[in-house]
Ligand binder design. Structure first.
Ligand code: SAH
Length: 247
């Protein structure tokens, strides 16, 4: 079934008004018809089973909410992925796949070895990246839209994670696969937030790892093979959610 995240104000008294971009998608891309059922999501963890009323002549689509169902697929643990800011293709891949896997918050960071050093996120790029997250969330049955934060300095990410997360983990290529094993380090939890850090193409510097260690951020090995940063950015959240029984 097709799913659409909409702003809450588009729904009143069980009637849904679809905005122009979604109307276009429904009528001309997906070619849905009068009476077809879709799911409407307003980012509150519920899916509204909705019957479409289409008026192609006036280019209008409305919906009638039939039922509201709690979405069961949302991880209970909020996973916050910090990753080294990279080129557009890699970031977009990370946002799309990370959303599918169950990441709830994305924070790109700038560190001593990131190839991209500009922390500005222009409005057009933000809109494009949020669109990618939204489409991935609709496709993968997420109940809540993941949040995209503005890029931060790595040190700021470290201190934010200390304040917000119950546990923070950092993937380090030189961590010993025997002793820095994810399944031994992740504290079991049923809710709360977990921050994970994945380095840029050039990895983390010794200084950055020392700083993380001094803050109590746990070093993690993702195995004996070196993964590309965009692979690590998906594998790490997936493994954490798996260990927490949230996959
Ligand atoms: N040449 C870099 C490799 C960076 S790989 C270096 O030597 O550090 C990009 C990021 O992916 C790393 O910073 C780390 O966070 C993560 N990563 C990749 N493979 C990993 C592994 N086997 N264990 C832990 N982290 C890994």
């Amino acid at each position: 079934m097709h799913r659409f995240f909409l702003q809450p104000h588009k729904i009143s008294a069980k009637r849904v008004t679809f905005p122009p971009d979604t109307t276009h998608q429904i009528l001309h891309v997906l070619r849905l018809a009068e009476g077809d059922l879709v799911e409407v999501l307003i980012n509150d963890g519920y899916a509204l089973l909705t019957k479409l009323h289409t008026d192609p002549d006036r280019n209008r689509v409305t919906g009638e909410v039939l039922e509201s169902n709690l979405i069961q697929s949302e991880p209970r643990v909020l996973l916050h992925l910090y990753f080294g800011l990279s080129n557009r293709e890699k970031v977009e891949w990370i946002l799309q796949k990370g959303t599918e896997v169950g990441v709830s918050v994305f924070s790109p960071f700038v560190s001593s070895r990131t190839i991209v050093r500009d922390k500005k996120l222009p409005e057009k790029k933000r809109q494009r990246w949020e669109r990618i997250i939204c489409e991935a969330a609709e496709q993968s049955n997420r109940g809540k839209l993941p949040i995209l934060n503005d890029p931060v300095e790595l040190a700021v990410g470290f201190s934010e994670s200390q304040a917000d997360a119950t546990q923070s983990l950092i993937a380090w290529v030189l961590a010993d696969p025997q002793t820095a094993k994810l399944s031994d380090v992740v504290q079991p939890q049923k809710e709360g937030a977990l921050a994970v850090f994945v380095g840029p193409e050039g990895g983390f510097s010794e200084d950055e790892i020392e700083q993380a260690k001094s803050l109590g951020i746990k070093l993690i090995s993702l195995g004996s093979r070196v993964l590309r940063m965009e692979t690590a950015a998906i594998v790490f959240p997936a493994l954490v959610l798996f260990v927490l029984d949230e996959m």
